[in-house]
Ligand binder design. Structure first.
Ligand code: AHR
Length: 509
């Protein structure tokens, strides 16, 4: 098959935040996976597991969401600040974690992590069992520059300067564990919380740097029963608008129908189901983007005399990833292995997010360590980078680049997927070629612009699609450089179940 890469077919700029991550106190994501404490025999830097921290430093996730997820709905930020010996101990029942939380990893530990790895923090507040006052104090503690009691408390806890946390989520999955709310009950709650957010400006004419994120729908649930987005925005149009900057849809690629299918044991039908499942997100996010804009049109109807018009709300995918059935009863909670099947869906998900960069602004993989679609797995003192880690590393160069519209493969080659971007200065193309077939090879001819030179190619592939990285074989599935033809037309041979990254240098215009 032949695919033409035209550097002039621009879609838009890829927001680096499409490569975000999500961490939560569930299973061993934070405790053990990220945080082991200063006294641990496991090598650590100020309590952070050193191998995890180093992997995250190399990955540089642009944004990290915390503390949940469901856990956000029972999380009281004051439990996790100040001297550790005085912190609260609570019990976490979420997803049968059944662990004590000694709150050793709290707000300061999270925000320092973000500083250490260069990520923007996204804090999801507790809307279910918390209060408006609690949210307001949390924001004050993190961001107040003036020497208020809360700012002084932050300084006493070791951080004189405000952290400048911009992203604040209001509610998590409020249609389910976050309160089983209807769109209208949620909207009423949302209005109370959003309107109590401090602005952190001292200039009445300056826009607030705060960014409020509302809870969007459960992406892949039947939408005819509850028209979440339509009803939410219709309600919003009825009365003056609270602050709302982003709308957070969650999408899990559920693989729960076949008991014989596990994260590491599957047949071709199971392979195909999971690959097809991840691709559903593309239609969902396009539908949701249309619905958001239909809702904004209602708000902006000329006959509606609103004090404030609302012309834009960002679409965000706050949680995405594969969820295989055994994760429900796994110990530690929600821990699952990551094979090439997951790596392929991770690559295809990043492709579709980037291809829709004119619609989606921020997205977080669920979750970074030891939970669901992990990049990092830990076992005792061993830290293992999964094939998903390699995929995210291979895609790093797309951050901030210009996504290109690449024609889809024809029906005969439906398992081949190509995504391409162009660097901002126009000197480089980065092309991802994924052969999502479990066992068949594909030969793909990429037609590149005149004078283009293929500089580098890396490939992530496994001898067996069930392969994964374990304590005994930590590098069984690892990306590696591939020899390339220095030709204008690159002939790339896509191994089965593989994903490749091709860097192309363009000739000067
Ligand atoms: O990522 C695991 C859980 O999945 C989160 O806590 C919740 O938001 C979602 O249902």
């Amino acid at each position: 098959m032949t695919i033409i890469i035209n550097p002039h077919q621009e879609i838009g700029s890829i927001d680096p935040k499409l490569h975000g991550q999500f961490i939560e106190f569930l299973g061993e994501c934070i405790d053990e996976g990220l945080w082991v404490g200063e006294d641990s025999a496991i090598e650590n830097e100020h309590g952070y597991r050193k191998a995890t921290l180093d992997a995250l430093r190399a990955l540089k996730p642009p944004v990290i969401r915390w503390p949940g997820g469901c856990y956000a709905d029972t999380y009281h930020w004051r439990d996790g600040i100040g001297p550790r010996e005085h912190r609260a101990t609570t019990f976490n029942e979420n997803f049968a974690t059944y662990e004590l939380d000694d709150h050793a990893f709290g707000t300061d530990e999270f925000l320092r992590l973000c500083e250490l790895i260069g990520a923007e923090p996204w804090i999801n507040i507790n809307m279910l069992s918390g209060t408006v006052a609690e949210m307001k104090d949390w924001m004050e503690y993190c961001n107040r520059e003036q020497p208020t009691d809360l700012a002084r408390e932050r300084a006493a806890n070791g951080h004189e300067a405000p952290y400048g946390v911009k992203y604040w989520g209001i509610g998590n999955e409020v249609w389910a564990g976050g309160g089983t709310m209807t769109p209208s009950t949620y909207l009423d709650e949302y209005r109370r919380f959003a309107s109590a957010m401090p602005s952190f400006t001292t200039d009445v004419f300056a826009p607030s740097p705060m960014y409020a994120i509302a809870c969007g729908p459960d992406g892949n649930k039947p939408r005819e029963r509850v028209k979440w987005t339509q009803d939410f925005f219709r309600g919003l149009a009825e009365y003056r608008q609270p602050r709302i900057n982003g709308y957070d849809l969650h999408f899990y690629n559920w693989n729960v129908d076949n008991d014989a299918d596990t994260p590491t044991e599957f047949d071709e039908a199971g392979w195909n189901k999971v690959i097809a499942g991840c691709l559903e997100l593309e239609d969902i996010l396009r539908d949701q983007w249309r619905l958001i804009n239909d809702g904004l049109a209602l708000i902006n109807e000329p006959e509606v005399a609103m004090d404030t018009k609302l012309t834009h709300v960002d679409l965000i995918i706050g949680e995405w990833g594969n969820w295989h059935k055994p994760a429900f009863y796994a110990r530690p909670a929600l821990k699952q292995q990551v094979t090439m099947r997951d790596a392929i869906t991770t690559a295809l998900t990043l492709d579709l997010l980037q291809r829709n960069c004119d619609k989606v602004t921020m997205a977080c993989n669920a979750q970074t360590i030891n939970v669901l679609n992990s990049l990092i797995l830990t076992e005792g003192d061993a830290t293992i980078l999964t094939p998903n880690y390699d995929v995210f590393m291979m895609y790093q160069q797309h951050r901030g680049a210009v996504a290109l519209d690449v024609p889809r493969a024809d029906a005969d080659d439906k398992d081949v997927y190509v995504f391409a971007s162009k660097s901002v200065d126009g000197s480089e193309l980065l092309i991802n070629l994924t052969n999502a077939h479990m066992s068949d090879e594909a030969t793909v001819t990429l037609v590149l612009p005149a004078g283009a030179r293929v500089e580098q190619m890396r490939e992530l592939a496994a001898a067996d699609p069930h392969d994964c990285n374990t304590v005994d074989q930590p590098d069984l599935v690892r990306a590696h450089d591939v020899d390339i033809d220095d030709h204008v037309v690159a002939r790339a041979s896509g191994e089965s179940n593989s994903t490749s990254e091709i860097t192309v240098r363009l000739s000067a215009a």
